[in-house]
Design a protein around this ligand. Structure first.
Ligand SMILES: *Cc1c(COP(=O)(O)O)cnc(C)c1O
Length: 355
């Protein structure tokens, strides 16, 4: 059995958790503070605000920039949280189509969706590769819009040597076990805007400015020191994790590039793809899926429906590239712990279907 994802937890994480447990300080404390500083530094940002998960981090980021009404432009081809967090913050998501080659936001469609009510854009660095940030940031500047990068799948990804999460007004990360690094559950906002960072800290913790002094509406979206202790150790290993993912992706590229009926993912110019997912585009997806199942190989369909088609939103939008991709994408195991033998099994199984 080869699962679609498998987090790598070592002795370092176990030891760090044990230390927290023995300290008696389990909730948000010194480890969270350290993790925020280390992660923000890694991203090239001044401030980190740790939260309970990536979904709450998205809401916190939006609220930090006052995006609590109006419209927010989001790709439809993403995990549902990108869009629902906009609703939780009080605004309305408007869905934008993606580019078929890179799976990320299409700047041309983005321009068409801007209205007088538009307040912000959330580009998603899907599968670990950055959206076209130059084009998106220029559109944002021209229209005076806030940009919040959904980098939940893109820890360590780069665009023109800049780290994911550091290019917009804020960047948002998730530490769910399937991501490039994990804390079990966890999230983080990074930003270099000190006022926004302060508002985010307040919102995360009941609007509490000092003990039992609540200056604004807030929530309990805090991270625990247990999670942060895991995160600090995972962060030390992140570069190695990413290099292993890139190596695995290269192997698949070599093996699968020239197969008829299979499109391997591209690394667009001036990007560092971190391959949180290695995603093929295939015409015969059902056939491939059953071959993988027969061999006990996990796979994922991210995502079988655009957000614009989910019952929770049920819009009448027409997003042709999103609809086309949702019928054809399939992601295969690419995580760092895969053995050469497992990689070969996956490649061989796919080749047996398409040659
Ligand atoms: C994982 C993910 C999220 C949400 O993160 P959680 O930690 O699961 O709440 C948001 N956006 C994208 C693109 C994601 O992949």
């Amino acid at each position: 059995m080869i699962p679609i994802a498998r987090p790598l937890i070592g002795e370092e994480e176990k030891k760090a958790v044990l230390e927290v447990l023995e300290s008696g300080m389990l909730a948000q404390g010194p480890r969270v503070r350290e993790f925020e500083e280390a992660f923000a530094r890694y991203c090239g940002c001044k401030y980190g605000i740790a939260t309970s998960n990536g979904t709450t981090a998205l809401e916190v980021a939006l609220r930090g920039f006052g995006i609590t009404r109006g419209e927010v432009l989001v790709p439809s081809f993403t995990f549902i949280a990108t869009a629902t967090s906009v609703v939780h913050a009080g605004a309305r998501p408007v869905f934008v189509d993606v580019d078929k080659e890179t799976f990320t936001m299409d700047p041309e469609d983005l321009k068409k969706k801007i209205t007088p009510k538009t307040r912000a854009i959330i580009p998603v660095h899907l599968y670990g590769q950055c959206a076209p940030m130059d084009e998106i940031l220029e559109i944002a500047r021209e229209n005076n819009l806030v940009v919040i990068e959904d980098a939940c799948q893109a820890h360590g990804a780069e665009y023109k040597k800049k780290k994911a999460g550091s290019m917009g007004d804020a960047g948002v990360f998730s530490f769910y076990p399937t991501k490039n690094m994990t804390t079990g559950e966890g999230g983080m906002v990074v930003t270099s805007n000190s006022e926004a960072a302060e508002r985010m800290r307040l919102y995360r913790n009941h609007g509490q400015a000092s003990r039992y002094e609540h200056v604004s509406l807030g929530h309990n979206y805090r991270m625990t020191d247990i999670a942060a202790a895991i995160g600090l150790e995972q962060l030390k290993k992140l570069e190695d994790f990413i290099e292993a993912r890139r190596k695995n992706a290269n192997y698949y590229n070599e093996q699968l590039e020239n197969l008829d009926g299979v499109r391997t993912p591209i690394e667009a110019p001036e990007r560092r793809h971190t391959y949180n997912q290695y995603t093929l585009v295939v015409e015969e997806r059902d056939m491939l899926a059953s071959a993988l199942e027969n061999k006990g190989i996990g796979y994922g369909i991210y995502y079988p429906k655009g957000c614009h088609e989910q019952p929770v939103f049920s819009t009448r939008d027409r997003l042709p590239n999103t609809d086309w991709l949702t019928k054809r994408v399939v992601s295969i195991p690419v995580y760092p712990g895969l053995s050469q033998e497992e990689l070969e099994t996956v490649a061989r199984t796919i080749k047996s279907v398409f040659s």
